[in-house]
Design a protein around this ligand. Structure first.
Ligand SMILES: *[C@@H]1O[C@H](CO)[C@@H](O)[C@H](O)[C@H]1NC(C)=O
Ligand SMILES: *[C@@H]1O[C@H](CO)[C@@H](O)[C@H](O)[C@H]1NC(C)=O
Ligand SMILES: *[C@@H]1O[C@H](CO)[C@@H](O)[C@H](O)[C@H]1NC(C)=O
Ligand SMILES: *[C@@H]1O[C@H](CO)[C@@H](O)[C@H](O)[C@H]1NC(C)=O
Length: 206
């Protein structure tokens, strides 16, 4: 039997103790956690991620596998070539501290969510997956983008895909690769204004 006097003392202290614990360990930002949970939930084979069941602190310590953080914010997800199947969550662009995403060579499917506002994103490796389309506002505010890889994506099916004008605002872009990505029509003039561009690989398109 527990001593009732002891219980009374412990209960008022609990909120204080919990808030101290979360300050010391800086638990992961709740928005970032929500996106990662959605990411996992959407995967047909999420066991390949080896993320903990009912885990609530991807930034740890310890951090979840394939996840990197700066403080309590997710800065990278690196899941290349794991065989993951499923769509990305539509709230993906709430990972506003994301700087590097490596999704290449999986079977991610469905429409890509908007990356609008991911102003820290430098490296986006989305190539060789089963994504079906890129929304029109995908490139809004991607001011830091240096490397974009979209090779092997069959974008926008029968209509084909063209680079949206907003990509022209990614002035730091160095590597733009979109081989066999279902590009159609003329190349936009803004490509000529991207003065950092050193690699442009667009073979296998129309
Ligand atoms: C992805 O595309 C490949 C090649 O077309 C196909 O074999 C595979 O079944 C697709 N996977 C999914 C999950 O759609
Ligand atoms: C590609 O498809 C998406 C989703 O339907 C649409 O929002 C976007 O405008 C399309 N892009 C082009 C260039 O047709
Ligand atoms: C950019 O492209 C160059 C030339 O292909 C390559 O050496 C470099 O590794 C690429 N950068 C990244 C980050 O992929
Ligand atoms: C390219 O840059 C020049 C000079 O800043 C500007 O006048 C022009 O509108 C730009 N062209 C495109 C297609 O963005």
């Amino acid at each position: 039997m527990e001593d009732p006097h002891q219980v009374k003392l412990v209960i008022p202290l609990l909120p204080l103790l919990l808030s101290l614990v979360s300050v010391v360990f800086s638990a992961t930002d709740p928005n970032d956690l929500a996106v990662l949970n959605e990411f996992k939930k959407n995967m047909e084979n999420s066991e390949l991620l080896k993320w903990p069941d009912n885990g609530d602190d991807p930034c740890g310590p310890p951090t979840w596998g394939h996840v990197f953080c700066v403080g309590d914010r997710v800065s990278q997800i690196q899941v290349q070539e794991l065989g993951l199947k499923g769509p990305l969550p539509q709230n993906f662009n709430q990972l506003t501290e994301l700087s590097n995403i490596g999704l290449q060579r999986n079977q991610f499917s469905g429409p890509l969510p908007s990356f609008k506002g991911l102003s820290k994103l430098k490296y986006a490796f989305l190539d060789f997956n089963n994504f079906t389309s890129i929304p029109g506002d995908f490139f809004d505010g991607l001011d830091a983008l240096e490397v974009l890889a979209l090779d092997g994506l069959n974008l926008n099916g029968t209509t084909g895909w063209t680079f949206p004008p907003q990509l022209g605002n990614s002035a730091q872009l160095q590597n733009l690769t979109c081989g066999d990505c279902n590009l159609v029509g003329p190349l936009p003039d803004f490509l000529g204004n991207l003065s950092s561009l050193t690699v442009l690989e667009l073979s296998g398109n129309s």
